[in-house]
Design a protein around this ligand. Structure first.
Ligand SMILES: C[S@@+](CC[C@H](N)C(=O)[O-])C[C@H]1O[C@@H](n2cnc3c(N)ncnc32)[C@H](O)[C@@H]1O
Length: 229
């Protein structure tokens, strides 16, 4: 309870300080975290997992709980969040598990060089706040870092682009349209599952992609929802 309140407050502060990177006012809910780690087989290992945009560690905790054995790299650009995550590693029992090594990388994910390829990537990045070039760079990075057959899970708030559009100026509308075009292309080619999570603020789509063995062949196969924006 105290930990949750502390995390909420920390997140809110960072959101006010740097909304561009934070992209949300509250950390994700446990329900969204459960959906975001659902492609990682429970108890699996040895496995390599990368989480990008770990924030206060809501998804990190769920990842650690889910895996049996392996290495988990957490990447976070915000020094305050990165320091919180490092403290969690030292002191929080839910961040410790025998056979599981967790590391924190404090940098822009595009500069990440761990020398590892990953079975699963979980991204909390606020894609809809970035420009289209950056969004493409992140998807390229994920495709490059995944092992063959590896999965990318990321989320976006439902209808976020459509909701913002009428309240935005010309250049912001252009940015939103371009980002929409990039993410829709990714979804058409590589998304094999999408789940709506209503018990999150705001409600979100958890999207699961595979960059090989599923793309193009059957677009959006298994998707339960599609975002028109
Ligand atoms: C929407 S928050 C998600 C935080 C957490 N995963 C959650 O769901 O509560 C986005 C996170 O991505 C981080 N972030 C933004 N740009 C980043 C980048 N280029 N590299 C690494 N982390 C980044 C932010 O600092 C923030 O912690």
């Amino acid at each position: 309870m105290v930990r949750r309140a502390f995390e909420l407050l920390t997140f809110l502060r960072q959101s006010i300080r740097d909304f561009y990177h934070t992209g949300a006012v509250l950390p994700s809910s446990k329900s969204l975290a459960a959906e975001m780690v659902s492609e990682i087989p429970a108890g699996c290992g040895p496995v390599n997992i990368l989480e990008v945009g770990a924030g206060t560690g809501v998804f990190s905790r769920a990842i650690i709980e889910r895996v049996g054995r392996g290495e988990i790299d957490l990447c976070e650009i915000n020094p305050r969040f990165a320091s919180l995550l490092r403290k969690r590693l030292e002191k929080d029992p839910s961040f410790k598990k025998p056979g599981v090594t967790v590391r924190v990388y404090e940098l822009d994910a595009r500069l990440l060089e761990t020398g590892r390829k990953y079975d699963h990537i979980v991204s909390g990045l606020p894609m809809n706040g970035f420009d289209a070039v950056a969004v493409r760079e992140f998807f390229d990075l994920f495709a490059r870092l995944l092992k063959p057959g590896g999965t990318l899970s990321y989320f976006e708030y439902i209808g976020v682009r459509a909701v913002k559009m009428p309240f935005s100026g010309k250049s912001e509308r252009r940015r939103l349209r371009r980002v929409g075009a990039v993410v829709r292309r990714m979804q058409r080619r590589y998304q094999y599952k999408c789940r709506k999570v209503l018990s999150n603020f705001p409600p979100a789509y958890a999207r699961h992609l595979r960059f090989d063995g599923g793309p193009e062949a059957s677009p959006a196969r298994g998707s339960t929802e599609r975002d028109p924006a």
